[in-house]
Every structure is written in C-alpha cells, then in structure tokens.
Design a protein. Structure first.
Length: 153
C-alpha cells in the first residue's frame, strides 16, 4: 500500500459522518462499547490518583518544613524560626497543579465519553501534556528555590 492510498483512506475516513454505534445489534459491538467506557473510567481514575499524589506531595513538603522547625527548636530553644517562602511557594504550586489536573481529567473524561457514545475517534492529549508540564514545573521550581541555599552555606 502506497502513501497515496493511505492519505486517500484518511481523507475518506475524515469525510465520513460520525454516527452513534448500534450497540444492541451485536453482542461483540456491545462488549466493545462497554470496554471502551471502562477504559475511559480507568484512565480517569489514573488521572485522579495522579492529582491526589500531587496534592499529597504538597502536604508532605509543608509537614517536612514543620518537622524541621521542631527539630531545630529542640536543638536551640531560643532560635526564632519563620515560615520559609520557598516551601510555601512549592507546596502551593503543587496544590494548584493537583487542582488543574483533576479539572482537566474530568473534562477529558466527559469529552471522551461523548466521543465514544457518538462513535467518533478524536481524542485529546491535553491531560498527558498537563501532567508532564506539572512534573517538570515542580522539578524546576525545586531546583530554582534550592539553589540560593546551596551556595550560601
């Protein structure tokens, strides 16, 4: 099959109107339709777990800061400790990214569900990009916020 044949097939496929699948006509179609919906639900649950993990990361950062302050207070009871803006920024960023992830994944779930029910085969990669960017932003922010402390001691 040549490249022209593939492009012709793709062009004809795009011109076909999407129609809802007749799920009751055949058991195989019904089972495939159910599998598609279950896969969509599993994907949504995976994104939800990722969002909860980002949220938990923010809480761990906050708790670790409090733990360090108590340890320093045990070492030197006269020490005055203030809230670290670095930790606050990083944990708030993590909370924000967790919220964005759950919102985008919920919208994606609804959109894919609609596409499955209509028989369309167009899907978005927005949640994948969001999680990748979220992780990269957290890593970069952690490095940038830790750099001044590395060179002052």
């Amino acid at each position: 099959m040549s490249t022209d044949d593939l492009s012709d097939c793709a062009a004809r496929f795009k011109k076909l109107p999407a129609k809802p699948p007749d799920i009751m006509s055949d058991d195989r179609i019904f089972l495939a339709w159910q599998r598609s919906h279950m896969a969509n639900e599993r994907t949504f649950l995976a994104w939800s777990r990722t969002s909860i993990s980002l949220l938990a990361f923010g809480f761990v950062i906050e708790r670790f800061d409090i733990f360090l302050k108590h340890m320093l207070k045990l070492e030197d009871p006269t020490a005055t400790l203030t809230a670290s803006p670095t930790i606050i920024i990083l944990s708030l960023l993590s909370f924000f990214l967790a919220g964005m992830t759950i919102v985008v994944s919920g919208l994606r779930f609804i959109r894919v569900r609609r596409h499955i029910n209509c028989g369309e085969a167009e899907f978005s990669v927005a949640p994948d990009i969001l999680v990748t960017v979220s992780v990269l932003v957290i890593i970069v922010m952690t490095i940038l916020l830790a750099l001044p402390k590395l060179f002052t001691n």
